[in-house]
Design a protein around this ligand. Structure first.
Ligand code: UGA
Length: 441
C-alpha cells in the first residue's frame, strides 16, 4: 500500500520505517530541509536502537523516501498519517497548529479518497477539527473529495520503539466508519497476527485512550515516589515494599520503580495537557494535578539530599554525575530529571563532571560550553577530583561498578543514587555512604 507520513520526528520516522519494512511504499514529508537531506542519505536525526538499519535498508529497497514537498505527499498515499509535533502551549495545553496546517494542506490538494490518520497525541475532539479544516480548505476551491479521519494513537517507548511497533500490545483505532476500520486492519495485519490486538472504537474514546494510558503510568510513578518519601521517613525500604506490592497481580511489577521523577517528551506534556483539557470542560482534575506536583517535587529530591549532606554548602564542590538522558537507551534530554539536578547544582556554585554513553552532544546543544560542566570520557573519568557521585540514569554500565575505585576517588566518599541501583549494605562495605530513594541512610 502507498502511504504518506507528515512529520519525520520520533513517531513519524519509526512508523514510516516499520511500515516500509513490511512492504509498503512510504513517503515521509517534513518541513525541515536539513533533516530531509540527512534522511535521504540514510542518517537518522535521532538515536533509536535499530532505526538506522531499517532506514538504510528500506531506502535502498526504494520503499521509503523523503521529501519537503507536502503536495507530493498528499498525492502519494491512500493513508495520510499526521505525526507532527503537538508542543505544549504556554498554559500546558497541546498546540495544534502543526496538525491543522497539515490538515489544510490535505484539504487544498486532495484529488481522490484519502484516509487521514492522526498519530500525534492530540486532545479529544482534534479529529473533528482536522475534518472541519480539510472540509473548509476543500470548500474554498469548490472541491468535494471524500475522505475519512481516523484516530490511531501511538504507544511507542523510546529506546524500544522498533520492537514496540513490530510487536504491539495493542493497536487502537478510533473511527466511526466500518470501511475505514477494514482498511486499517489490512494495513496493520502484518503486526497483529491475530486480530484481537486491534481495538476499534469511536474517535473520541481513542483520543482519550492515549492520554489515559500515559496518565495512568505517570500516576503509578508519582504514587511510588510519594511512598518512597514516606518509607524513608518511617524507616522502611521502598524496594522491599515495591516487591511486596508488585506480587499482587492486580498491582503488578511494571512501572512502580521510584526514582527522580518521570521525564521525557510524553508523560510531563500529556499529564499537563489532559489536566488543561479537563479545565476546558470545567472539571478540576485533582488527581492529575497532584501527579504533576509530586513529580515536580521529586525532581528535587536528590539535590535536597546533597544539600543536607554538604550542610547547604555546595559552592566549589565537584560532583560526578553518571547518566544525563531521561532514561537509558536514548539521548533524549527533554524534561530529564538530570537537568533539574544540574541546574540546581550550578545555582549552588558546584561543578559537575558528567558522563552519559550517548547524550553528550544533546547536552552541549542545550547548555553549550560552560566552566562548571565537564563532559567526561567515561564513568571512571567522571570521578576524577570529585567529592561525591550522583546517578541520574540507570544505564546498564553503571549497575556493577568498581566500588573500591569509587571510594578511592571521591573525597567525601558518598554516592547519591537517584535510581536505586545498588544494595545499600554492599556499598557500605567499601566505606562509602549511600543515599538512595526511599531507603533511609
Ligand atoms: C512513554 C510511554 O511509556 C509509552 O507507552 C508512550 O507511547 C510514550 O510515552 C509516548 O506517549 O509517546 P517514554 O516517554 O519513551 O514512553 O518513556 P518511559 O519508558 O515510559 O519512561 C518515562 C519516564 O518514567 C522516565 O523518566 C522513567 O525514568 C520514568 N519511570 C518509568 C520511573 O520513574 N519509574 C518507572 O517505574 C518507570
Amino acid at each position: 500500500m502507498r502511504l504518506t507520513i507528515f512529520g519525520s520526528g520520533y513517531v513519524g520516522l519509526v512508523t514510516g520505517a516499520c511500515l516500509a519494512e513490511v512492504g509498503n511504499n512510504v513517503l515521509c514529508v517534513d518541513v525541515d530541509e536539513r533533516k530531509v537531506e540527512m534522511l535521504k542519505r540514510g542518517e537518522s536525526p535521532i538515536y533509536e536502537p535499530g532505526l538506522d538499519e531499517l532506514l538504510r535498508k528500506n531506502l535502498a529497497a526504494g520503499r521509503l523516501s523523503f521529501t519537503t514537498d507536502a503536495v507530493e505527499g498528499v498525492k502519494h498515499g491512500l493513508f495520510q498519517f499526521i505525526a507532527v509535533g503537538t508542543p505544549p502551549d504556554e498554559d500546558g495545553s497541546a498546540d495544534l497548529k502543526y496538525v491543522l496546517a497539515v490538515a489544510e494542506t490535505i484539504g487544498k490538494n486532495i484529488n481522490e479518497y484519502r484516509v487521514v490518520v492522526t498519530k500525534s497525541t492530540v486532545p479529544v475532539g482534534t479529529a473533528d477539527k482536522v475534518k472541519a479544516k480539510i472540509g473548509s480548505a476543500q470548500q474554498a476551491r469548490a472541491a468535494q473529495v471524500e475522505f475519512d479521519v481516523v484516530s490511531n494513537p501511538e504507544f511507542l517507548k523510546e529506546g524500544a520503539a522498533i520492537n514496540d511497533f513490530m510487536k504491539p500490545d495493542r493497536i487502537v483505532v478510533g473511527t466511526d466508519n466500518p470501511r475505514t476500520a477494514e482498511l486499517l486492519k489490512a494495513l496493520y495485519d502484518p503486526f497483529t497476527r491475530n486480530r484481537e490486538r486491534m481495538i476499534v472504537m469511536d474517535v473520541r474514546s481513542s483520543e482519550l485512550t492515549k492520554y489515559a494510558a500515559n496518565a495512568m503510568l505517570a500516576t503509578k510513578i508519582s504514587f511510588m515516589n510519594e511512598l518512597a518519601n514516606l518509607a524513608e521517613r518511617m524507616g522502611a525500604d521502598i524496594e522491599k515494599v515495591r516487591q511486596g506490592i508488585g506480587s499482587d497481580p492486580r498491582i503488578g511489577y511494571h512501572f512502580i520503580y521510584p526514582g527522580m521523577g518521570y521525564g521525557g517528551s510524553c508523560f510531563p506534556k500529556d499529564v499537563q495537557a489532559l489536566s488543561r483539557s479537563a479545565g476546558d470542560h470545567k472539571f478540576n482534575a485533582e488527581l492529575l494535578n497532584a501527579v504533576e506536583a509530586v513529580n515536580k517535587r521529586q525532581k528535587m529530591v536528590l539535590f535536597d539530599k546533597m544539600r543536607a549532606v554538604f550542610n547547604d554548602d555546595l559552592a566549589g564542590k565537584t560532583i560526578a554525575l553518571w547518566g544525563l538522558a531521561f532514561k537509558p537507551n536514548t539521548d533524549d534530554m527533554r524534561e530529564a530529571p538530570s537537568r533539574t539536578l544540574l541546574e540546581s547544582l550550578w545555582a549552588a556554585g558546584a561543578k559537575v563532571r558528567a558522563y552519559d554513553p550517548v547524550a553528550h552532544e544533546e547536552v552541549q546543544r542545550i547548555y553549550g560550553e560552560r566552566p562548571d560542566l565537564v563532559l567526561a570520557k567515561s564513568a571512571t573519568d567522571a570521578l576524577q577530583g570529585a567529592d561525591a557521585l550522583a546517578i541520574a540514569t540507570e544505564w546498564q554500565e553503571f549497575r556493577s561498578p568498581d566500588f573500591d575505585l569509587i571510594a578511592s576517588q571521591l573525597s567525601k566518599k558518598v554516592i547519591f543514587d537517584g535510581r536505586n541501583l545498588y544494595d545499600p549494605s554492599f556499598v557500605k562495605r567499601f566505606g562509602l555512604k549511600y543515599y538512595a530513594i526511599g531507603r533511609g541512610d
